[in-house]
Write a protein that binds this ligand. Structure first.
Ligand code: USQ
Length: 406
């Protein structure tokens, strides 16, 4: 297949591009390199040393003989360029990762809120609009989030996208219906993914676009078999207070002797998936496209659920790290249960990598190896969800006063 990977320079986009290229697909990465600009804005860098996208694709070609093409395009701003590109190349599938994906970054300031909404919603709408305009029947696979559901705690499992409901008619009968699970975002970033869902629903219904939305949990890990082929193909690894996700942060914190930064009581339960499984799921989703006229196909892309404090205790046991229970910079339920249905990917053949088998390798291969590159001052999470919360997070886990709050 000819596949356009929008956002193919990012944390999940890059290993996905390699994985699909290795399986013989023609891969075109469309990316505006915004993630690299944000590193510069925040004064952080990936824990793993990351080459330019041009150098990465050159190394891939040198090692495998396969080409990955790169096109510098800003989907949110360059609608006409995107439309022209799609119309010239006419890919069979489009994988859409091209969104600002950090909840704390999206809550940093009013500017960051605007940026996240403008970038994410425009990128998605520009893409849908262009597909209709040029009459391209490509399968669109979008990276969404488990966060659209709001980690509900009503004592029922979260279904894969659609909730069966009974509606009472005027005649007093109960009619069964399946509706999109009620959106309940916990950050501006998560809210943009909820808005994406509505855009997809409309375009599938009105224009017959074939769309798959992957509601992904928190990705952990770094390597996939393809990123391990050469040191310069290495994936990025974020550990800073905005982009670092919880388990990867705990791993690097343990490696450098920094107290593990648990927010609040750590009673938040979240869904997780290893990066290797994430990439496999995308391949499985590509092979299982909906038909024209079908509703949006939704998968829950996760393999395990864990409570944050249990993860911290697990990492502490493995490494001897201390755990710090900190004031929570976020507005979120302090404790929640989470049961998630994920049968669809298991039925398609996904064989999950479990935390038990993967965790130690990650600590040794990545966290310890690159620990010398960590800037400790970038570890604290200083993006507060509200102005009231900001003053409560003024000190880091080592007791030092933080420079910027809110
Ligand atoms: N947390 C800590 N300590 C930390 C970092 C986070 O206790 O040092 C807590 C947070 O308060 C939160 C939980 O861990 O309760 C998860 O935070 P996270 O930063 O690992 O994940 P999140 O902000 O939810 O976002 C990440 C990705 C996002 C993806 C989402 C999937 O950045 O792109 O959509 O995970 S999900 O969480 O299922 O919505």
């Amino acid at each position: 297949m000819k596949i356009a990977v929008l956002g193919g320079d990012g944390f999940v986009g890059w290993p996905t591009s390699l994985h699909l290229s290795a399986r013989g697909h023609e891969i075109h990465i469309l990316d505006n390199l915004s993630r690299r600009w944000i590193d510069t804005e925040l004064g952080v860098q990936s824990l793993t040393p990351m080459d330019s996208i041009q150098e990465r694709t050159r190394i891939w070609h040198q090692g495998t003989g396969r080409r990955i093409h790169f096109h510098l395009i800003d989907l949110a701003r360059d609608y006409e360029i995107l439309k022209r590109w799609l119309s010239e190349h006419r890919p069979d599938a489009v994988i859409h990762f091209a969104e600002q994906r950090a909840a704390p970054y999206s809550m940093k300031s009013d500017r960051h809120k605007n940026y996240t909404v403008n970038n994410n919603v425009n990128a998605t709408h520009n893409l849908l609009n262009a597909l209709v305009e040029i009459e391209l029947d490509a399968h669109l696979v979008h990276l969404g989030t488990m966060g659209v559901y709001g980690y509900s705690n009503v004592g029922a499992a979260i279904p894969e996208g659609y909730l069966p409901v009974g509606v009472e008619t005027l005649a007093g009968e109960t009619v069964s219906q399946e509706i999109l699970y009620p959106a309940n975002p916990g950050s501006i970033y998560h809210m943009t993914k909820c808005l994406d869902q509505l855009l997809f629903q409309f375009y599938a219904k009105n224009d017959g676009l074939r769309i798959t939305d992957l509601h992904q949990g928190i990705v952990w890990g770094t390597h996939t078999p393809e990123t391990k082929l050469h040191p310069q193909l290495v994936n990025r690894f974020d550990y800073d207070g905005d982009y670092g996700t919880v388990l990867n942060r705990f791993l690097i914190q343990a490696a450098i002797g920094y107290p593990l930064t648990v927010h609040g009581t750590g009673g938040q339960t979240r869904a997780f998936i290893h990066i290797q499984d994430s990439v496999r799921c995308i391949e499985l989703a590509l092979k299982s496209a909906p038909k024209r006229g079908e509703r949006v196909k939704i998968f829950n892309q996760m393999t395990e659920t864990h409570r944050v404090r249990d993860l911290a205790e697990l990492v502490a046991r493995m490494t001897g790290a201390k755990v710090a229970y900190l004031p929570n910079p976020r507005k979120e339920a302090p404790e929640n249960e989470l049961v998630v249905r994920n049968e669809q990917f298991l039925q398609l053949g996904l064989n999950p990598t479990t935390l038990e088998e993967g965790l130690l390798a990650e600590v040794v291969d990545v966290a310890k190896k690159f620990a010398y590159r960590v800037d400790r001052s970038r570890i604290p999470s200083v993006s507060a969800w509200t102005k009231d919360i900001a003053p409560t997070i003024e000190r880091d886990p080592e007791g030092k006063r933080l420079k910027s709050v809110g």
